[in-house]
Design a protein around this ligand. Structure first.
Ligand SMILES: Nc1ncnc2c1ncn2[C@@H]1O[C@H](COP(=O)(O)OP(=O)(O)OP(=O)(O)O)[C@@H](O)[C@H]1O
Ligand SMILES: [Mg+2]
Length: 257
């Protein structure tokens, strides 16, 4: 049966300030959702809170993966349960190679005795790196250390393809990519697309959605999902910006509240 990720009335504060003010969103496996929205409206906060970043305090609501509240799980349990986050700014880890990181990430998601063996791992990694047109040297370099912005993003997609999560949240996976890299990253996401994968793509640009057709597009403003639609919504935002939504919903600028 297809898994479901349900975000219900999620309120999140950072250092006492409420950033998310009741987010509702349901993603089923097989679906690709896109979230767009002005800077500072809480898109990255949503992904960090779901993955359990300690700075983000959930004050109300729940996030259910097949009915189980992931907010009650330890951070590593969330990944083991099948959630994956590609961060807007991926961290660098010195002293850990990309390959070692990936292999232990895969094995930490498996039962004891079911670990991927070294040969299987190398074969799979070679195949995916080739698919993503990555330089083989990237496997033995320290994770993200000295990677260019675009290389980090491509590497996030490598992690996605190696880990094969149930659900992925991809935060600005398209930012800073050249045109060829954008195509490769999109190719990776489209390769993952299928009945065992659900995805939430956070993006500012409709351009990415020319390559990955979303099933649903949502607009986040001031800590809430204020509008949902199909890909035509992304096209309208690209052409007209956000003012028309503010007018339609009578949303005042935050400073004027
Ligand atoms: N660690 C933090 N400490 C203090 N404030 C924070 C922190 N993280 C986020 N914020 C604030 O929360 C608000 C929402 O930030 P968030 O990063 O979620 O926005 P965003 O929608 O992802 O924006 P962008 O499109 O620019 O990436 C902003 O006002 C930001 O300054
Ligand atoms: Mg962000």
């Amino acid at each position: 049966m297809a898994s479901v990720l349900e975000i219900k009335d999620l309120h999140v504060s950072i250092e006492g300030k409420e950033i998310l003010k009741g987010v509702n969103l349901t993603i089923k496996q097989g679906e690709i959702h896109a979230i767009m929205g002005p800077n500072g409206t809480g898109k990255s906060t949503l992904s960090s809170a779901i993955m359990g970043h300690p700075k983000y305090e959930v004050t109300q609501g729940e996030v259910l993966l097949d009915g189980e509240n992931v907010l009650e799980m330890e951070v590593d349990e969330r990944a083991q349960a099948g959630l994956f986050l590609a961060m807007q700014y991926p961290s660098e880890i010195s002293g850990v190679t990309n390959a070692d990181f990936l292999r232990s990430a895969i094995n930490s998601r498996r039962e004891e005795g079911q670990e991927i063996n070294l040969m299987q791992f190398i074969k799979k990694m070679d195949k995916q790196m080739d698919f993503l047109e990555m330089d083989p040297d990237m496997a033995t370099r320290y994770l993200n250390e000295g990677f260019s912005g675009g290389e980090k993003k491509r590497n996030e997609i490598l992690q996605l393809m190696m880990l094969e999560p149930k659900f992925a949240i991809l935060d600005e996976i398209d930012s800073g990519l050249d045109i060829d890299a954008l195509k490769v990253v999109s190719k990776g996401i489209n390769e993952m697309r299928g009945e065992n994968f659900g995805c939430l793509i956070i993006t500012h640009y409709q351009r990415l959605l020319n390559y990955i057709t979303p099933d649903h597009v949502h607009v986040m403003m001031q800590g809430r999902v204020v509008k949902s639609g199909g890909e035509e919504l992304a096209q309208r935002l690209e052409a007209e910006g956000y003012d028309w939504i503010k007018q339609e919903l009578d949303i005042q600028d935050e400073a004027a509240e």
